[in-house]
Design a binder for this molecule. Sequence first.
Ligand code: NCD
Length: 306
Amino acid sequence: MKEFRNLVSSEDFSCEELLELMELGAEIYSNPEKFSEKCRGKILASLFFEPSTRTRLSFEAAMLRLGGSCITVPDPKVSSATKGESLQDTIRTVGCYSDIIAMRHPHEGSAELAKEVTLVPFINAGDGGHQHPTQTLTDLLTISQYKKSLENMTIGLCGDLKFGRTVHSLVKTLSKFKGNKFIFISPVELVIPEYIKMYLNDRNVEFIEVRTIEEVMDKLDILYMTRVQRERFFNEADYVRLKDTYILDNKKMKTAKDDMIILHPLPRVNEIATEVDSDHRAKYFNQVKFGMIIRMALILKLLEVK
Ligand code: NCD
């Protein structure tokens, strides 16, 4: 059987491969027409068992902009999963119809299970509170475009660091690049998981944990804001108590470096005041565009299109 690559975890690609992907992303960004027929005749299947706007549409738009086509299950409530079909059987089935699969699922580890049985390249588009490697590729392309490097940066990550899967994937990946330091800004209830801290300690990567943005703002090269992940809370009262802990506004931005960039995987709830959108450092809507571009690059890589 033909061997192929999947993307399940942000550790699946080496730094060299990530840099190659960033280069391809930059090329697609500056010359999209060159790639518009590269996947003619190929089909992407998107399987989203959790809500999504950006990730799903950016995968589908990426495949369409490469000249390929997409199939999807419009509402997981009408899929055979509700008849009791196992995830493995669904993945095997979908692989008979498509050339590549992107799946989002509410359970941590579901992507690992899917990878074991898939017949075609498989992409994890978010598995519960665990990982979201294609958001990390999006973040890396945005950072490399605005900061011209993925090294020697102080990165502040703010908000729900416990359940925020984009944070988990991004920290693990950026820690592989030289000289990056992390500042984790969260309420005590939503601190970064112990396993991430162990991962950083094992690799001698510097990090600190703080409770306010103000005390570290002037040190940051990147501020990565996140929403509190309501759907992963066990009770609504805790969510309500914590949801507005951090609201980034123009006043807090006053002490930030002039070339700091603000990123957010989106959706935003309340954590960035809309007045910040017009600040030249706000890059979260540019990030959305880079998300589609880097998924084009990823599809080309996994389908081994030259
Ligand atoms: C993120 C996700 O789904 O984890 N969104 C996204 O894919 N852009 C972040 C979030 O939902 O808060």
